[in-house]
Design a protein around this ligand. Structure first.
Ligand SMILES: [Zn+2]
Length: 142
């Protein structure tokens, strides 16, 4: 029997939104039984603006394996606010600037992935985290 799943979820390692992300994914109809998961600090940063080239290689190798072994056709790419890989809130002059930047990261990552994998579509998600730890998810459209 082939091991096939439709979705790959790629998100940052940050513990602050993982539980909420699982609940969001279940609300999208995705459970642990039907998706691969890759967790890397900074998520899309690893292909858009990696600190070192090897980070891009590791990221893409995981996607390659998920596609080859499980034949995924959709990727949920999750970026989040106050991400330490980008320097957190402190790296931006306002929340609006940070939101705009993260949406641009999502767009660039989507283009890179959809150019590399012609038969995969990328769904862009931005996770917002309040100072009280409340998490909400925004589907970003190009
Ligand atoms: Zn992060």
């Amino acid at each position: 029997m082939a091991h096939v799943c439709e979705y790959l979820i790629i998100h940052c390692i940050d513990f602050r939104f993982i539980q909420a992300l699982q609940e969001f994914m279940e609300s999208e109809g995705l459970t642990g039984a039907c998706c691969d998961i890759v967790s890397m600090a900074g998520a899309g940063k690893n292909i858009v603006s990696p600190g070192e080239e090897k980070e891009r290689d590791v990221f893409l190798a995981q996607v390659d394996i998920s596609k080859k072994l499980h034949h995924i056709s959709k990727i949920y790419l999750v970026q989040h606010m106050d991400c330490g890989a980008y320097g957190g809130h402190a790296a931006f002059t306002s929340l609006e600037e940070e939101v705009s930047f993260q949406k641009d990261q999502l767009t660039q990552a989507k283009k890179i992935l959809e150019n590399r994998y012609a038969d995969i579509s990328v769904i862009q998600i931005l996770a917002h985290i309040t100072d009280d730890g409340v998490v909400s998810f925004e589907k970003v459209k190009i």
